[in-house]
Design a protein around this ligand. Sequence first.
Ligand code: IMP
Ligand code: MG
Length: 167
Amino acid sequence: MELKAIINSYDLRKRVFELSLEIQRDFKSEIYMIGLLNGAFIFVADLVRHIKNPVYVDFMKVSSYLGKESSVFNIICNITLDIKDKDVLLVDDILDTGKTLSKVKDILLSKSPKTLKICTIIDKPSRREMPIEADYVGFKIEDDFVIGYGLDYDGFGRNLDFIAKIV
Ligand code: IMP
Ligand code: MG
């Protein structure tokens, strides 16, 4: 597999820090952060360490991708944190077609949070099939399949500390 780096680790770290400042500014007090497994595990871990507000963290695992193609949506593991009347930040690795985040957003909204915002490190706007946008986006990219910083191709590449496209 040949990789071409499109975002280096310095730019990633810098952008994550900038996003954490925006998030701190907007959420004035407690943040209920919900990460989507597995892709968001690194991003969540980096974000929370920059944020000075009290942060409660939980994760949800859903299935939506096999290889490069979307498959059936299933909740594999739900949150246990009570988010009713709370300010929630849903964090994922990438906003692609938007199918996953639309479903997860509806599930979280059904739990009556006070507010719900979405944050992804990568956005591929040209791939969108659902009317959904993230409130905080690290980088907008072209329609390339990328790995690194939590993102994988069939399990490979999550541990890279940069983002690369597969060429
Ligand atoms: P969506 O439902 O099409 O928006 O897809 C969201 C999920 O697909 C993400 O959480 C990723 O797990 C996966 N995905 C989409 N594009 C990529 C990519 O370029 N690289 C790795 N995973 C991706
Ligand atoms: Mg994912």
